[in-house]
Design a protein around this ligand. Structure first.
Ligand code: CA
Length: 239
């Protein structure tokens, strides 16, 4: 790590419990974050629309507009990192959270250090994927995609991918370390109107593993998150 001066990270905290607002405002400011607070969902939406934020911390149970609805609304216009903060005992449907575009979630009570670590991880990932928009090559571990030429290489060897396989692998590699749900993958690769067998996704994943994994039955890169979807692992020897 080089000691470059980081720009201040602007946080929008949408939370209605005063004790959390106080603790987080102070704690996050001490960590160098610039925190703005909204005390209900509607205020959160208004503040988000009016300001510029690098990350949003979103309580689920909020007056006026729920955290889920606010998350959906923000996602209509922005890919800002969103971390959901749920109360203890609240049933959290992780699949739903990912579907509506949340990047991560923490459960109260949490330690500030844990929250900050997750915020930094999500911000890093976001920065990483934003940078990729301008790049034509994605390299993760031994796998390299040449986007413009639509070619895939594993180490020095080219592997031939069909169109959907390439789209699927690209989507996974653009979101390293992030679980993508089956619904999101099918939607983004096959489109909204896809009505085929959902096994199609698994067949494509299996074929991709056969092409890029050295042990397809014990995948190291494209892993299964049971009941949720798939993830491209951030490799330990790269990055
Ligand atoms: Ca609340």
């Amino acid at each position: 790590m080089t000691a470059t001066r980081q720009p201040t990270v602007r946080v929008l905290l949408v939370e209605d419990e005063e004790s959390f607002i106080d603790a987080l405002s102070v704690g996050l400011a001490r960590e160098g974050f610039d925190v703005a607070v909204a005390r209900d969902g509607a205020d959160g939406a208004a503040r988000f629309a009016a300001g510029e934020y690098d990350i949003v911390l979103l309580d689920l149970m909020l007056p006026k507009m729920s955290g889920l609805d606010l998350c959906r609304e923000i996602r209509l216009t922005s890919d800002v990192p969103i971390i959901i903060v749920s109360a203890k005992g609240e049933e959290v449907d992780m699949v739903l959270l990912l579907e509506i575009g949340a990047d991560d979630y923490v459960t109260k009570p949490y330690r500030l250090r844990e929250l900050v670590a997750r915020m930094r991880a999500v911000l890093r990932r976001h920065e990483h994927t934003s940078d990729l928009d301008e790049e034509t090559t994605i390299q993760r571990g031994p796998v390299r995609l040449d986007i413009d030429a639509r070619r895939c290489f594993v180490d020095a060897d080219e592997v031939k991918l069909r169109k959907k396989e390439f789209a699927l692998l690209r989507l996974l590699m653009e979101n390293p370390g992030r679980v993508l749900t089956r619904e999101v993958l099918i939607d983004r690769v096959w489109g909204h109107d896809y009505v085929g067998d959902t096994k199609t996704l698994d067949v494509h994943i299996k074929r991709l593993r056969g092409l890029i994994e050295s042990e397809p039955k014990k995948p190291r890169y494209i892993t299964t998150v049971r009941g949720v979807g798939y993830r491209f692992e951030v490799s330990r020897d790269a990055d």
